[in-house]
Design a protein around this ligand. Structure first.
Ligand SMILES: [Zn+2]
Length: 237
């Protein structure tokens, strides 16, 4: 009797210890991003072959420009680390080939820019949704700062405490960085998401997948992990 109980408790303990590994393996089966991301950061010779270069030009029939050139590595709904199948990526991560503070980030579309008082490396832009008349959506850009917090890479036009400042598609917002606050370290990139509005017109919490939209139709590119796109990702045919 006690023997079975001990075996059961031991089994449960093992399961608890193994759970993160099981979750990670399950997540890997639903993404093709891990290999190319590892390659990007371990072998710089692969970078040109992974990079999407649009130079600020929108894809045919797409309203948004890609806000930064680089390797579109972690995709929308991507479940790989630090995300998983229960907490998927709400954005696309574009990894630029350059040093922190060098790779420009541009406004994806015309709108009104806000940078809250305590936003060191983040801006958000309000837009009239070009794909759904009458709806307000937002584009969110983050990690534009030095890893150690010593320097923000957001341009001087948008200091903390900027509210609803008009911007045009292609306006320079700042530069890619590695700032991740108190979170785990990240490689150089910009995290770009499309965020829905609350009933009162403010932006929703972009960390929650249900509050965000698949950027694919806005960019004219397949950037949803469910489509398992090969890299580099180019304009849809
Ligand atoms: Zn991201």
């Amino acid at each position: 009797m006690w023997g079975y109980a001990i075996i059961a408790i031991a089994g449960l303990g093992l399961l608890v210890i193994a759970a993160p590994t099981i979750l990670r393996l399950l997540s890997l089966t639903q993404s093709n991003s891990a290999g190319p991301i590892r390659a990007w950061f371990t072998d710089t010779s692969v970078r040109p072959g992974l990079t999407t270069v649009r130079n600020g030009e929108a894809c045919p029939n797409a309203p948004f420009i890609l806000p930064s050139d680089g390797f579109i590595g972690l995709l929308y709904r991507d479940p790989i680390g630090p995300y998983n199948i229960f907490r998927r990526h709400t954005a696309i991560d574009i990894f630029g080939d350059g040093a922190p503070g060098e790779v420009p980030v541009y406004a994806a579309y015309d709108g009104w820019l806000t940078r809250l008082e305590d936003w060191f490396a983040t801006v958000i832009i309000r837009h009239d949704d070009p794909l759904q008349a009458g709806r307000t959506i937002w584009t969110y850009y983050t990690h534009m700062g030095a890893r150690d917090g010593s320097e923000s890479y957001i341009v001087a036009d948008f200091p903390p405490g900027t509210y609803d400042k008009p911007v045009k598609q292609g306006d320079l917002l700042g530069y890619q960085g590695e700032f991740a606050g108190s979170g785990p370290p990240v490689g150089l990139h910009v995290h770009f998401s499309i965020v829905l509005s609350e009933a009162d017109g403010s932006f929703k919490n972009e960390a929650i997948l249900a509050n965000t939209l698949d950027p694919s139709p806005y960019l004219g590119m397949t950037v949803n992990i469910d489509s398992w796109p090969e890299r580099p990702i180019n304009c849809e045919e």
